[in-house]
Each structure stands twice: as C-alpha cells, then as structure tokens.
Ligand binder design. Structure first.
Ligand code: MCA
Ligand code: AMP
Length: 504
C-alpha cells in the first residue's frame, strides 16, 4: 500500500546491508536492520491500540532506537511528537494533554515523574532507554521484523512539533508527510547529498534540524550518518576524518574554533559544513574560512516551515546572509503594519509560502489565522531584507524570542513563572550576547515593596517547572522596569544595560 513518506525515505532501503548509522563505539547498523527495528516497534504501537492518526509522544535520549520510533510512526500512519529531553514533567503534561497522545515513550529515569502525567491523560507510558533497553524494546524483541505499511498520502499528518508562543502557550505545529518530504527532496539536491555522503550527526533528534533536515536528507539520498549522542568536541574531532559533511548550530562551530585540534588539515577532505537554527556571526564565518578554507553554508528555517532559504552549494556563500529562497519556496518582505509587499531592498517582515509550510497549529484556529494567511503565506516573525544580489539578510525579529545554542526560549513563558514567585512584583526576560550560546537568558526582577527575592530561591522555584536551557543564567534586581510612554517595557534598554554580563 502507498505511504508517501515511508516509501520515499525507508522502504526503498529494504534488504540493503549498507551501513546507515555508524555509532560512537565503532559498530554500525545497516539500513535493513534499522527497518527491521522500526517494523518491530510498529507492531508494539499497534498492540497497544495506537491507530492511524493517533499521536505518540516521544521524549527519548538520542539513539538508533529513538530514531526508529520516528520510522515506526511513519510506517504505522501515526503522528509523532518528538520532545526535547530537557523538558520537565510539568511541560510534558501540557504537550501530552494538548496533543491527546495515546502513548508516551520516555527514558527509564523519567518513568516515575511521568507516570501521573500519562495516567491523567489516559495515555500508555512505556520506556525506551538510550542503550536500547526498556519495556518498549522488550515487547519489540518478540515481534516480527516485517510490518504491513499503513496507507498514507501526502496531506496526512506526520508530526507535531511544539513551538512556544509570544503568549507563553506552546502550539503544536502540524506537519504533513509532504511538508517533510518536499523539503528533504529539495535540500538533498540543493546541497548535493548522495550515497557517498557520510554526515556527522551530533544534533539532537527532537527538533527539525537534527530530525527532518539532517536525517531525512540522508535517508532520501542513501547517505550514512556518524550518529553521535550529542555534541562533544572530542568525539566530533575524532570522527570528522571519517565524515564528508556536517550540520550544526553556530555553537558547534564556535566550540570547534575554540579547539586547537580543529585544523584545516583535519577537515581538508570535507565536502560541506551547514549552519542554521540561529544567526551565524559573520566573524565566525570568516574565522572558520581562515582556519579551514571552507565556507560554512548558512540556511534559514523554522519549525513551522522546515527550510526556507539557503546559501548555494556552488556559487558564493555570503557571510551574514541566509541565501536565496529554496526552489518551490516563495518569499516576500512585507510591511509589518499593512502586510503589503515592500520594494526590493527594504527591511520588513519575512513571509514564505510553499509545500514546506505547515498546516496550522493543532486545535488553535485563531493562532493559525494570526500567522498563516488565507493565501498560504506564513508570517515568520523574522525581519529581513533581500539585497541587490537576491541574498536574504535576517536583521531581527518582531517576535519576542531568545535563541540560545539553537534552542528557542519565549520570554513570556519564563516571565509568567517568575511573576508568580513570592516577593516578585514583575519581571522581564531578555537575551544578551553569550560567548558560547550566542544569546544567554537573563531575568530582571522588580521586587514587591519591602521584599528582596533571593536569586537562588528564584532559580529553585523554576527548577521543576521549565527546561534548564530556558532558565535565566543570571538574575538581576531592579527597582522598576524601563517603560515607554505607552507603558510597554523597553527590553532594548535592558538588553543594553546587561549586554556584557556574560562577557568572557
Ligand atoms: C545546554 N544548556 C543550555 C543549552 N544547552 N543553555 C542554554 N542554551 C542551550 N542551547 C545548559 C545545560 O543545561 C547546562 O546547564 C549548561 O547549559 C551547560 O551545558 P553544556 O554541557 O555546555 O551543553 P551541551 O550539552 O554541550 O549542549 C549545548 C549544545 C546543545 C550542544 C549547543 O544545546 C545543542 O545541541 N543545541 C542544538 C539545538 C538544536 O538542534 N536546535 C535546532 C532546533 P547547567 O550546567 O546549568 O545545568 S530546530 C530549529 O531551530 C529550526 C527549524 C532550524 O532552523 O533548524
Ligand atoms: P524554531 O521555531 O525553533 O524553528 O526557530 C526558528 C527561528 O530560528 C526562525 O524564526 C529564526 O528566527 C531563527 N533562525 C533559524 N535559522 C536561522 C539563521 N540561519 N539565521 C538567523 N536566524 C535563524
């Protein structure tokens, strides 16, 4: 039976003994073995009553098994909900409830905290550990290595990725099979991926970059991946000689440049370095070229749209730009006030349309209408301009968003929690330059009259509520927040005031 995404990414590798994943311990997993693992997982989903169109939430440490859960969901016609391993049980409670997940997969260490969460939403909870053990794996071991693929078409939902909003409430971006496939097809060609490629994969696999960009391109092209559990400079440097290409967030590249073992000689054989998810400073781009002779290829995307623009593979890769709209993607720059398209060269809101653009936010029609126009253009919240040679420059964001080490933090979500803490009258959360993460989160608090909140106690209060990467790395107390005549907090003034608090 046809299943658009499964057929394109997976089934064509049936029976292939070629290596797909090279693991840190030197072993590898072939395409055929990977597909067999996914098929066994698909049987377990079915055995637990997960049906076509149901949602499965997966908060898993990176492993071949975690990746096979994605494949199993696609093969079963199930919507997968990959979740950042840093999210707390409180955060999971919202995602599982909002998505109506039928099954939750977690690491053994998270089983106890997540038990009440799953129970309260009537979801089954099973474990799958990084070493491949756990209740889900145990059941899978008893299942056959073949699963009858469920019929799914291009417009059927494949994944929900949650993205926080400026109101502090996370929204489930609904991505169809074709959203994912069309983008992978475009990128594979645009970046020239083939069976000869070996991609060094050190990204997490619960976000677009590591899962849909890196992995789907490799599956489509038949490339293999050096599949590292995370970014660690020692492991990356040890494995680069075996790779042809690498994808990363800017922090990967600044960390490599900080390491004296990272030399031009080490990577002279490499074909391609790609950066995205956060702005790559022009100075990093230049330092990288000076050290290695390679120009990093920077591209721009979003959870809701997959990849929109890219610098070229052949042709000039311009530092400080994110390149051209990808084939099939329409891009315009509009007035944030009127929505009218602006003349070429002017700065405004970046809007995009194409097969890559998502279908809306799960059960949030109003939010969807605010950001996705009826004519199909998505209002990105990023401000940019297209230069005289057609390269897009991202010059800022109209949305109040911090990007730290490639992870997004919506200040409103953190401010709502800070405001609830005893002794805190109000708060402002800002991002300021950070030498490692690009931007670092800072919390500015105004105490209630007579109160003096202790920063350690404030941090303690956030501990179980939100992921560590969203928590302020520094807390400052002010008597009042700077406001403009309309009473709006002037975050620019705060960013200025605390701009060097992470200075190395
Ligand atoms: C870890 N910490 C962070 C971050 N990561 N804090 C802020 N921002 C972060 N990104 C915290 C840890 O909890 C720890 O806290 C402390 O910082 C130091 O951790 P460290 O060991 O240095 O971190 P790490 O484990 O080495 O991780 C850093 C990392 C990682 C490798 C840069 O964050 C990462 O893999 N980022 C990639 C994110 C990504 O894939 N984004 C793509 C999203 P403490 O010590 O206080 O406990 S998809 C997307 O954006 C779109 C679609 C796109 O265009 O791609
Ligand atoms: P997310 O919601 O996690 O998908 O993050 C998407 C946001 O990351 C975009 O709206 C941009 O603000 C930012 N982003 C992604 N790639 C780049 C890039 N190359 N340069 C600047 N910002 C980027």
């Amino acid at each position: 039976m046809p299943n658009t995404l499964y057929d394109a990414l997976f089934s064509k590798h049936a029976g292939s003994g070629r290596p797909f994943l090279h693991l840190k311990d030197g072993s590898s997993i072939s395409f055929a073995d990977f597909l067999a693992m996914a098929a066994r997982f698909a049987h377990v989903l079915k055995a637990h009553g997960v049906e076509t169109g149901d949602r499965v939430a997966a908060q898993l440490q990176k492993s071949p098994e975690a990746l096979a859960v994605f494949a199993a969901c696609v093969q079963s016609g199930v919507v997968v909900l990959p979740l950042n391993t840093a999210y707390t049980a409180d955060e999971l409670d919202y995602f599982v409830g909002n998505a109506g997940a039928k099954l939750v997969l977690c690491d053994g260490a998270a089983y106890e905290p997540l038990r009440p969460v799953a129970a309260s939403h009537g979801a089954t909870l099973m474990t799958l550990n990084q070493d491949g053990s756990g209740s889900f794996a145990r059941e899978a071991a008893r299942q056959p290595a073949h699963f009858e693929t469920v019929d799914r078409g291009p417009d059927d939902l494949a994944a929900f990725l949650y993205t926080s909003g400026t109101t502090g409430r996370s929204k489930g971006a609904m991505l169809t099979q074709d959203n994912l496939l069309s983008n992978a097809v475009t990128l594979k060609d645009y970046w020239g991926f083939s069976e000869d490629d070996v991609l060094l994969h050190a990204l997490p696999i619960f976000h677009t970059h590591g899962l849909f960009v890196a992995t789907n391109i490799c599956l489509l092209a038949g490339s293999s991946m050096i599949f590292l559990p995370g970014f660690n400079a020692d492991d990356v440097i040890a494995n680069l000689p075996k790779a042809t290409s690498m994808m990363g967030v800017p922090t990967f590249y600044t960390r490599l440049l900080d390491d004296r073992r990272f030399t031009g000689e080490l990577v002279s054989h490499m074909r391609l370095f790609v950066s995205g998810s956060a702005p790559l400073l022009a100075e990093t781009h230049i330092a990288f070229e000076q050290r290695t002779g390679h120009r990093i290829l920077e591209r721009y995307g979003m959870t809701e749209t997959n990849m929109n623009t890219s610098n070229p593979l052949d042709g000039e890769r311009r530092a400080g730009t994110v390149g051209f709209p990808l084939p099939g993607v329409e891009l315009k720059v509009t007035s944030p006030e009127t929505g009218e398209e602006l003349p070429q060269g002017e700065t405004g809101m970046i809007e995009v349309r194409g097969p890559n653009v998502f279908k809306g936010y799960w059960q949030m029609p109003e939010k969807t209408r605010e950001e996705l126009r009826e004519d199909g253009f998505f209002i990105t919240g990023d401000l940019g301009r297209v230069d005289e040679r057609g390269y897009l420059h991202i010059v800022g964001r109209s949305k109040d968003l911090i990007i730290s080490g490639g992870y997004n933090i919506y200040p409103k979500e953190v401010e709502l929690l800070l405001d609830d803490i005893e002794g805190v009258l109000e708060s402002a959360v800002i991002g300021v330059p950070h030498p490692d993460f690009g931007e670092g989160v800072v919390g500015v608090l105004v105490p209630e009259p007579g109160a003096a909140p202790d920063p350690d106690a404030v941090m303690g209060a956030l501990q179980d509520k939100i992921a560590r990467f969203k928590q302020p790395k520094r807390i400052f107390l002010l008597e009042e927040l700077p406001r403009n005549a309309m009473g709006k907090v002037q975050k620019n003034a705060l960013r200025e005031q605390f701009s060097d608090c992470f200075a190395a």
